[in-house]
Structure formats: structure tokens, C-alpha cells
Design a protein around this ligand. Structure first.
Ligand code: NCD
Ligand code: ZN
Length: 355
């Protein structure tokens, strides 16, 4: 990494290892934000209906490519949505396709569009065994859905009651603990060197107090929900640690303004418009911008056994103000940090972004 302190930092172009792109008009509205900075992204399969088969993934991939701005070299890395109906032969088709890079496990009812998810992992044993054999990554939404468990405890309880038994039963299955939000998740992943975790910008920058600052803040509501400050500190420590088990996954999850500002609002924070700048701010807050390249641009590619990117991105300590809204089909999309000024600007060869 070259540094010209304190103003610019040029390093390997990053990838986003957890992204929601949606479909149709919403896809067209958001994909350019990600493609402007990130070379690749793991695209989550929680569409309605979900991306269940390799054929579904192939078709969705074509729709993403068709929605890209002219000249973009962005590459969508596809995933399948695990359901109780999936057969082991689907895993073979997925691996052999070369376009599917993981299978996402949503506990049924845990989050947005998870109703088709799995109720009991025992229902998918043969599929998980085939994934272990074929070395296909399992991406987990790590929260239990039992309404008796407090929402702030659902991740820790998931680790004890679901993940830990799974890792014992299938000790070679590679698992990404998606959007880790607790010290328990950091500790569990650290203890299991063949596991990894993605970390979102909002969980590195904010604790749960931000959701209630001077009133209720629906645009900061996502799942897993923001946790207390001591968890945030552990997440940031893991992110800047230089451990290859922790890498960038924004979980950028666009929902229209009216579905967020509602009596029963949707879960999801939209961060694709400013993702790398937000991570830079988090790393800079502890003086560890030097650790950003590994986290954003090396460790995810290494874990997924893909080549690191060849091109570069430049981060400049130059403030810009996030718009209040972005267009979102016929609706509006309120981005993370709407109307606020961010300290870093990102540019790729020639183009300055985030203006
Ligand atoms: C995501 C979405 O909207 O698709 N929402 C969220 O709060 N993170 C789903 C998910 O990743 O849980
Ligand atoms: Zn997600």
C-alpha cells in the first residue's frame, strides 16, 4: 500500500462480500453505486421468490449485468437460498457452474424475505454434507428466531444452539458468519480458523444508542440489530486486527423510504453509496487506515479462493455531503448518513465518486 499521509491512500480495489441488489427498478437504482467502487460482490439471494437454483442464479446474474452502467467491469458473485427442499445435486450444479460462490442459510423468519428459510438444520443435512465435500461456502444469518429470546441476544444464542453443534458435526464446512455484531461472534470465529465473518459499516460505526438519538431512527434499523458500545468496540478491534478471518461485507439493504418510515418498518440499512468511505472513517477513528486494504481488498478474495483484484482505488481525506435521498424507481431511498458530511472521498482511475 502506498501512503501519502495524511491526504490520500491508494490500494487494491475492494470487493463487497455481502450485498443486497434486489431486482427490477430497485436493482437498476442501486447497482451503479456498488459497481463504481467494488470490482465484485457476493449477491444475496433473498428475492421474492428467492434464488433457489443454479438456473435462478444464472438468470439473476444476467439481469444484474444488464442493469450495470455502460462499460462497468463489475462481477456479481451469486449465491443460492437454502430451503428444506434443496437436494444435494443442486450443490453439484452450483459448484460446476462456476458462478455460484455460496449458499445462504436464513433461519425461517429471521429477517427480510426469510420466510422460505430453514426451520431446522436437520432438514438439510444431506445438502450441508455435499457442501462440505465440494467445499462450497455456507453463509449464515446468525440469529435464532424464537420470539422468547430477546432480539439483542439472538446472535449469541444462535452461536450456542445452532452454529456450535453444526461446526462439530461438519468440521470442514467453511462458514461465513454474515454481519457479525457481537463479541461472542468475534470470539467464536477467532476460535475456528476455517470460519470467517463479514462486518458492516453501521456495526463498526454505531452502537444501539444511535437508533434512539433524540427520537426513533428507522433508517438505522437493520438485522441483526445494532448492539451496545462494548460489542462495537470488539467488532472494530477484529476489523483492524489484520486477521484474515474478518472482511468487508456491507449488507447494504435498500428499502424504499415509505417502507422504512412506517408503523412496522423494514429492516435494512443502505450503505452502497458510501461504503468504502464509511469503513475508512471507522478504521481512521482508531488510527488504523493501514489495515483497511487487507480487510477491504485481500481477505475476502482469499477466503473465497478467488484472485485478488489487480486495479486500484484511491481514498482522499476530502469531505463530501451525502444526499438526503436517492431515486429508487418511483420511490425514494434514504441512504446511511443522509445529509451528513463524511470525511473521505473515494475515486477509481479517473472518476471521483460520492458527489
Ligand atoms: C436484509 C434485507 O433487507 O434484505 N436486511 C437487513 O436488515 N440486514 C436482510 C439481511 O441481511 O438480514
Ligand atoms: Zn444481508
Amino acid at each position: 500500500m502506498q501512503t501519502n499521509p495524511p491526504h490520500t491512500l491508494t490500494f487494491t480495489r475492494p470487493d463487497d462480500w455481502h450485498l443486497h441488489l434486489r431486482d427490477g427498478e430497485a436493482l437498476a437504482a442501486v447497482v451503479g453505486h456498488t459497481a463504481a467502487v467494488f470490482r465484485r460482490a457476493i449477491v444475496m439471494p433473498n428475492l421474492k421468490p428467492p434464488v433457489r437454483t443454479t438456473d435462478d442464479a444464472r438468470a439473476y446474474r444476467q439481469r444484474i449485468l444488464a442493469a450495470l452502467p455502460a462499460g462497468s467491469d463489475f462481477e456479481p458473485l451469486m449465491t443460492l437460498y437454502l430451503t428444506a427442499a434443496m437436494q444435494p445435486a443442486e450443490i453439484d450444479r452450483a459448484v460446476d457452474s462456476g458462478i455460484v460462490h455460496g449458499v445462504k442459510y436464513y433461519p425461517a423468519g429471521a429477517t427480510t424475505n426469510s420466510d422460505a428459510g430453514v426451520r431446522d438444520l436437520a432438514d438439510v443435512t444431506a445438502v450441508l454434507e455435499r457442501m462440505q465435500e465440494r467445499d462450497l461456502v455456507l453463509q449464515v444469518h446468525g440469529e435464532v428466531t424464537d420470539p422468547a429470546v430477546d432480539p439483542f441476544d439472538r446472535e449469541a444464542v444462535f452461536i450456542d444452539t445452532v452454529l456450535s453443534p453444526l461446526v462439530r458435526r461438519l468440521p470442514k464446512l467453511r462458514i461465513v458468519f454474515e454481519h457479525a455484531t457481537t463479541r461472542e461472534a468475534v470470539a467464536f470465529v477467532t476460535d475456528h480458523p476455517h470460519l470467517a465473518a463479514t462486518l458492516t459499516p453501521q456495526h463498526l460505526l454505531l452502537s444501539r444508542a444511535a437508533m434512539f438519538e433524540k427520537g426513533i431512527r428507522p433508517h438505522l434499523y437493520c438485522l441483526p440489530i445494532l448492539k451496545r458500545e462494548s460489542h462495537r468496540e470488539k467488532l472494530l478491534e477484529a476489523a483492524v486486527s489484520g486477521s484474515p478471518q474478518f472482511f468487508l461485507g456491507t449488507d447494504s439493504a435498500p428499502h424504499s423510504r415509505i417502507t422504512k418510515e412506517a408503523a412496522c418498518g423494514c429492516a435494512g440499512v443502505y450503505s452502497a453509496h458510501a461504503a468504502l468511505a464509511l469503513y475508512a472513517q471507522a478504521f481512521d477513528s482508531v488510527g488504523r487506515l493501514d489495515r483497511l486494504e487487507g480487510f477491504a481488498s485481500h481477505f475476502g478474495a482469499d477466503y473465497y479462493r478467488l484472485a485478488r483484484n489487480q486495479d486500484q482505488v484511491t481514498l482522499t481525506r476530502e469531505p463530501w455531503t451525502v444526499p438526503d435521498v436517492y431515486p429508487f424507481g418511483a420511490e425514494a431511498l434514504v441512504p446511511f448518513r443522509a445529509g451528513e458530511t463524511l470525511p473521505f472521498t473515494v475515486s477509481t482511475s479517473g472518476a471521483t465518486l460520492g458527489r
